[in-house]
Design a protein around this ligand. Sequence first.
Ligand SMILES: Nc1ncnc2c1ncn2[C@@H]1O[C@H](COP(=O)(O)OP(=O)(O)OP(=O)(O)O)[C@@H](O)[C@H]1O
Ligand SMILES: [Mg+2]
Length: 308
Amino acid sequence: MILVLNLNASVDKKYKINNIEKGTVMRAFNVDNTAGGKGLHVANVATTLGEDALVTGFLGGYTGSFIRDKLCEMNIKNDFVSIKNTTRECLAFITEDLEQTEILEPGPELIEGELDQFLDKYRRLIKDSSIVVASGSIPKNLSTDIYKNLIEIAKESNKKFLLDTSGDLLINGIEAKPFFIKPNKDEIEYIIGRKIETTEDVLKEIDEFHKKGIEFVVVSLGKDGSIAGYRGEKYRIKVPKVKAVNPVGSGDAFVGGISVGIERGYDIEKILSFATACGTSNVLEEETGIVNIETVNQIMKEVEVLKL
Ligand SMILES: Nc1ncnc2c1ncn2[C@@H]1O[C@H](COP(=O)(O)OP(=O)(O)OP(=O)(O)O)[C@@H](O)[C@H]1O
Ligand SMILES: [Mg+2]
């Protein structure tokens, strides 16, 4: 089983409005509410691809109930800790000029005992899992060492840990040597503290991560594909040109693809082309963090994985 951690789920609300004008009343023509969170996208992708995946984390209040119902409708297996405070909402306003303006709530505070409940559940679920995937941000009052601690627990039972997060969560998580990380350009630049300009810059950073004990590193570059390092070997992955409908969540679809490829025992080049096709398939869908199996199989034939 692929165990997916989504510690800061949200109800994503997408509003279509004419324009944003400070200090006025604006009416939306349309609002669309979905269950959001990067881990939820990963679990959705793995489930769509036919693997056994389960998502866990914290859910509370009416927004938490909404997410549980949606996961049930989508047949995504889940086992969340119920918390006292209310799961967050994230708002996106799409204006006539097709610009998107977002407001991301910080997430609920956990009260005493809720983290311990989660850790008990995690230790129990991990026994039936082969891989753990952790994606995204965390509730307000959790330590930025949380992923580091969860990686250490996974290591005690020899489970591969895939970490897709940013900022201090990523910096601290790296200390515990996750099996896999997938920073995008912004994320890697933030953690190394300078710009990356060339393929050589990326390859150098991948070597640094290998030296720190991370076996599998992918630096994702949106429509420019990605650069990967696996146990010292390096790869440049090129994607076919497509007409993007909604690129948000492509990284999550990519990580979902990586987890499925590992679970199925694909060789490294097939893991990379499969995950890349998942990222590109997401770009072609209106909804965030979803893939279409036929599209994935088609695009996989067009992805180039070049050993460097
Ligand atoms: N416009 C695009 N065309 C084709 N493939 C794409 C495009 N955007 C993304 N992809 C595929 O998805 C992968 C991940 O995309 P990206 O680097 O944008 O991830 P990300 O920034 O982590 O995304 P998110 O955090 O929104 O999920 C890319 O390496 C590529 O394989
Ligand atoms: Mg990402």
